[in-house]
Ligand binder design. Structure first.
Ligand code: XMP
Length: 514
């Protein structure tokens, strides 16, 4: 079924995903493409109802800044430029861009100059918007008119008189823009004339029906991690084909002490095979210090064991994965271009061995963002403790033990993690931080426990808040909580005698330490 949708071209803004999510939230399907990943003819063949050009961290005159062909304006579909997208439209039509008088980050008052413009339908003349730019449009090309300004930005919005092109310097997708959603709605419904078409409950039933038809009498295997995405994937597929689904859970020995996979699956009524591969992983990791090597070894061994197990099951024709839309964007987006660099090799996007590649893929969640997966999970009645779990990386504790991994360190880290998990719940703050965990350093220091000298490891508490895990700030936890964690770990875990709190945000640090 062909549905109305908005296509977003991403120029590298940290908010591009937010544009896609906000529009889905108002009931219209969106697709996000890296600006150089899709040609104009491909855009034409997809027939979007509207195009959005996102913001980005570039200056238009900078060497290598991302550009697109001016032919994009011949497509005869409405176009909306945001921040860099606005400057790009102006540039392509021959307008001039300049450095702003001062860099503008944060809230500004936006004044509408053309209240009758369709983009501003139902929006007051003066409202708060969120700015984040260092360049701005200096003068607009001929066919355009200025439709809004702020005290420090004379051209904060413009539109093309006849071509259905609109642009704003601020970010309507960011919550701090008071009428941001209304502006997006005006673009999507009034200007692009999209129909409401994105409803999650229809999605679940359609997906179940499609899987049933596609799999028929064959079997499906799924590498089950116990995270939200693989849990919802398994649940949906199990609803479609029952026990033709074979979930395989590889216990690498690098999991949290609190993992109770088999009981959770029993509760949800789908079968799972647990493979104990603790010794295998430990032996492969012995002596390895380099973080990327660890990630690669864990990823490779995981696939090796998963493959061996799946070969034992007859009539398997499909491989299911809990891929979600942000995994697809991240593995095909800017990371493949020269614009950003690969920071870490992610465990679950490493590529499949040949034998598994022969299988057909089932990825029921690949169009959804994480919050949509959670909404679906709630509708399906899955337990909140699974849906709202903090993310846990594929390589597990292997990348939270800095330096060499051994049995002693794994056990210390598991004890410390267990205390953290209990206290996050006791203090009722589990749901107020996006992710919290302990990192074990390979550094020992001197301390005193019960009048005796100790020489033990140092552990780091890391807790962050984020919406999308691409950027994050460290959580502002109370001293009382920090003190509790420190006291409990030092008193209860023999082998750790010092705790520090990580107060860096992402960027510049990443969330995990390796
Ligand atoms: P970083 O450390 O890159 O982490 O800021 C961002 C988020 O991704 C999680 N993470 C992973 N998840 N496989 C995963 O499934 C991995 O290899 C992996 N590495 C990091 C991390 O916990 C955080 O939530």
């Amino acid at each position: 079924m062909k549905k109305d949708f908005i296509l977003i071209l991403d120029f590298g803004s940290q908010y591009s995903h937010m544009i896609a999510r906000r529009i889905r939230d108002i009931g219209v399907y969106t697709l996000l493409y890296n600006y150089n990943e899709i040609s104009i003819s491909h855009i034409i063949s997809k027939q979007p109802k509207g195009l959005i050009l996102s913001g980005g961290p570039f200056s238009i005159y900078e060497k290598g800044s991302p550009l697109i062909s001016k032919n994009i304006f011949q497509l005869n579909i409405p176009i909306f430029g945001i921040c860099y997208g606005m400057q790009l439209i102006s540039f392509l039509f021959g307008g001039k861009i300049k450095k702003s008088k001062s860099k503008e980050y944060g809230k500004s008052y936006f004044i509408i100059d053309h209240p009758n413009n369709s983009l501003f339908h139902g929006i007051p003349d003066k409202s708060i918007v969120w700015m984040s730019h260092f360049d701005e449009v200096k003068n607009i090309p001929k066919e355009f008119s200025v439709i809004g300004h702020t005290s420090s930005c004379d051209i904060a919005a413009f539109s093309h008189i006849s071509k259905n092109i609109y642009a704003v310097q601020f970010h309507p997708e960011v919550k701090n823009t008071e009428y941001g959603i209304s502006i997006l709605k005006n673009f999507v419904f009034h200007i692009c004339k999209c129909n409401l078409n994105w409803k999650l409950n229809n999605f679940v039933q359609n997906t179940i029906d499609n899987i049933k038809k596609r799999v028929d009498q064959k079997k499906v295997i799924l590498g089950f991690s116990g995270g939200v995405d693989s849990f919802v994937t398994a649940y949906i597929i199990h609803k479609a084909i029952g026990n033709s689904l074979n979930c395989i859970f590889v216990d690498t020995g690098l999991l949290l002490k609190t993992e109770k996979i088999s009981s959770l699956c029993k509760k949800m009524n789908f079968p799972i095979k647990i493979i104990n591969a603790k010794n295998h992983f430990l032996s492969k990791l012995t002596g390895i210090v380099d973080p990327e090597m660890k990630r690669k070894i864990i990823g490779k061994e995981f696939l090796y064991i998963f493959q061996k197990e799946s070969e034992k099951i007859k009539n398997v024709e499909f491989l299911a994965q809990g891929t979600i839309y942000s995994d697809i964007i991240e593995s095909s987006g800017f990371s493949k271009t020269s614009i950003s660099y690969s920071i870490k090799s992610h465990h679950n996007v490493g590529g499949l061995p040949k034998t598994l590649m022969k299988l057909k893929l089932i990825e029921p969640l690949k169009e959804l963002f994480k919050d949509e997966v959670r909404k679906i999970g709630e509708e399906l009645g899955l337990p909140k403790e699974i849906l709202y779990r903090h993310p846990f990386p594929g390589p597990g504790l292997g990348i939270r033990i800095i330096g060499e991994i051994n049995e002693e360190k794994i056990s210390l880290l598991k004890e410390a993690e267990n205390i953290l998990s209990q206290e996050l719940k006791n203090y009722d703050i589990y749901n107020f931080v996006s992710q919290a965990f302990i990192v074990l350093l390979p550094i020992k220091s001197v301390g005193i426990k019960g009048d005796k000298r100790t020489y033990e490891y140092t552990a780091i508490l890391r807790a962050i808040n984020t919406e999308d895990f691409m950027t994050a700030t460290f959580s502002h936890l109370s001293y009382d909580f920090l003190e509790k964690i420190s006291n409990r770990i030092i008193n209860e875990v023999d082998g750790i005698n010092r705790i520090a709190y990580d107060i860096t945000s992402k960027p510049p640090s990443t969330i995990e330490w390796e």
